[in-house]
Every structure is written in structure tokens, then in C-alpha cells.
Ligand binder design. Structure first.
Ligand code: AMP
Length: 219
């Protein structure tokens, strides 16, 4: 049975890291709209040019652009046997459009990774990503200096353009206003699960796997 998974969670919940790891383990494509938009910005495509300013200010790219990207990606052969969506949907309108795209493709499993706001700001201001391989650096324990090179490939670590404190606050505000209502949109479904994202990454990964498996049993 195809695993069609949506991962919800605020910026800084560890969603991207968990999503990459989980998708690799289950051999389904990891579809991150944020990654696709950053690639479009780096490549200077028309979509990238239209999205760049909004992203740098912490706002949401228009539903029209996002839905076009996602529709095209989900139509590719590798997504037919399942997929993991990371960063999409982010508005109720996007969730409704996704439900329409799912007609005839089986049901969605939805997992929300929940973390309190104060913890998110602390994590995002210290987040560093590798400029070579794109991996997120581990958050250093409290009081320890942040690493400067990637533990995986030795590439230099940089800060994402939208991880400045003022932009982070805007992203969390936008999340609370536009994206948190999605949790209510999905909560009543038998395939919705919530996971505590404040735990160490391995524990979150374990809970995520358990949550997905129990949701699949409810299908
Ligand atoms: P992320 O890497 O998921 O945090 O996304 C980075 C930025 O890309 C967001 O702050 C938005 O500006 C934009 N973005 C990513 N996914 C979406 C989406 N589904 N809808 C609107 N904007 C998005």
C-alpha cells in the first residue's frame, strides 16, 4: 500500500531532518517545497525570482506557485508508490487542493511534530546548514559553541537567509496564523498523529515511525 505522508510542524521543529531520514528509510521521495523553492532561487528561474523576496521576509509564497510545483512533482513516476511532503500544505486552501489531488490515489497519513515557541526561536537562531551538501548541523548542547564545518562532508556551514531573528519571528507568526489551523483541519481524521518534537532526534524518529505505522493500520 502506498504511504502518502504529510509532515506538519513549525519552523525549527526538526521536520526537515526527520523527513529526510524517514523518507530514505521507507524509500519514498522526500518532497520539500522549501528545498524546491531554494533551488529555484539559486538557479534564478522565473519561480525563484518571484519567490525570493517573500521567502527572505518570512512570508508565504502564493498558493498558485506552490500548487503548480506540487502538482507537477506528485505526477512524476517516483511519487506514484508513495511520498513524504515536507513544508506543504501550509494553508487550509493548500490542504483542500491536496485532498483534490489525492482523488484516486489513496489516503493521506498526517503527522504533526509539535515543539513550544521559545524552544523554536532558540533552535532557529543557532541553526546552521552545510553550503556543500545541504545537511543541517546538529544543535550544540547549551553553552557549547556552534560547529563551523559539516560533520558529514566537511563543507562550510552557513546560516539560512531566513534564519535571522526578525525573520524567524515573522515565520512563527505566519505559522501560527496560516499553518496551525491545518492541525485542526486534519485532527479529526483516523490517520492523524502528533509526535513530541522536543525530545532528542533519535526519540523523535522512533515516535514518528511508530505513529506512521499505527496510522497505516487505521487506513
Ligand atoms: P521551509 O524550508 O519549509 O521552512 O520553507 C522556506 C520558505 O519557503 C517559507 O518560509 C516560505 O516562504 C516558502 N514556502 C515553502 N513551502 C511553502 C508553502 N507550502 N506555501 C507557501 N510558501 C512556502
Amino acid at each position: 500500500m502506498a504511504l502518502n505522508l504529510v509532515m506538519l510542524g513549525p519552523p525549527g521543529a526538526g521536520k526537515g531532518t526527520q523527513a529526510k531520514r524517514f523518507a530514505a528509510a521507507r524509500r519514498i521521495p522526500h518532497i520539500s517545497t522549501g528545498d524546491m523553492l531554494r533551488e529555484a532561487v539559486a538557479a534564478g528561474t522565473e519561480i525563484g525570482l518571484r519567490a525570493r523576496a517573500v521567502m527572505e521576509q518570512g512570508g508565504l509564497v502564493s498558493d498558485e506557485i506552490i500548487l503548480g510545483i506540487v502538482r507537477e512533482r506528485l505526477a512524476r513516476p517516483d511519487a506514484q508508490a508513495g511520498f513524504l511532503l515536507d513544508g506543504f500544505p501550509r494553508t487550509v486552501a493548500q490542504a483542500e487542493a491536496l485532498d483534490r489531488m489525492m482523488a484516486g490515489r489513496g489516503r493521506l497519513v498526517v503527522v504533526d511534530i509539535a515543539v513550544a515557541d521559545d524552544e523554536l526561536v532558540a533552535r532557529l537562531t543557532s541553526r546552521r546548514v552545510c553550503s556543500a551538501c545541504g545537511a543541517n548541523a546538529e544543535f550544540p548542547p547549551a553553552g557549547q559553541p556552534a560547529p563551523t564545518v559539516c560533520a558529514r562532508c566537511g563543507g562550510s556551514l552557513t546560516q539560512r537567509a531566513d534564519d535571522r531573528e526578525d525573520v524567524i519571528r515573522e515565520r512563527l507568526r505566519v505559522y501560527a496564523r496560516d499553518t496551525r489551523p491545518l492541525v485542526d483541519y486534519y485532527r479529526g481524521r483516523p490517520t492523524f498523529r502528533a509526535v513530541d518534537g522536543a525530545q532528542p532526534p533519535d526519540r523523535v524518529a522512533g515516535d514518528l515511525a511508530t505513529a506512521v505505522d499505527s496510522a497505516l493500520e487505521a487506513l
